[in-house]
Design a protein around this ligand. Structure first.
Ligand SMILES: [Zn+2]
Length: 83
C-alpha cells in the first residue's frame, strides 16, 4: 500500500488520536520520514491538539479542517514533495 500527502492529511487527526490501524500507521510514519510538508503539518496539527487539550476543549472548531486543507494546498504549490 502506498499513500500520498492527501491521504496523510485525511488521516492526521485519526493518527494523533491513535485511531488508525497498525499497517496504516506504519505507512504514515514512513511517509513522514521523507516528506517535510507532512511532517510540518503533523507538528502543527499536534500543537493545535495539545493547546486545545490544555484548555480542555476537545471539539475542533468548525471550518478548521477546511482551512487546514486550503493551507496544505498552498503549501503544495510552493513545496517540492517529489521523491
Ligand atoms: Zn507528504
Amino acid at each position: 500500500m502506498k499513500i500520498d500527502c492527501k491521504h496523510v492529511w485525511d488521516y492526521i487527526s485519526a493518527y494523533i488520536d491513535g485511531d488508525v490501524d497498525h499497517a496504516l500507521r506504519a505507512e504514515i510514519d514512513r511517509h513522514l520520514e521523507h516528506c517535510e510538508i507532512c511532517s510540518a503539518v503533523m507538528d502543527s496539527t499536534r500543537n493545535v491538539v495539545v493547546l486545545m487539550a490544555d484548555e480542555r476543549v476537545f471539539e475542533i472548531p468548525g471550518g478548521y479542517s477546511e482551512r487546514l486543507h486550503h493551507r496544505l494546498d498552498a503549501l503544495l504549490l510552493t513545496g517540492d514533495s517529489s521523491g
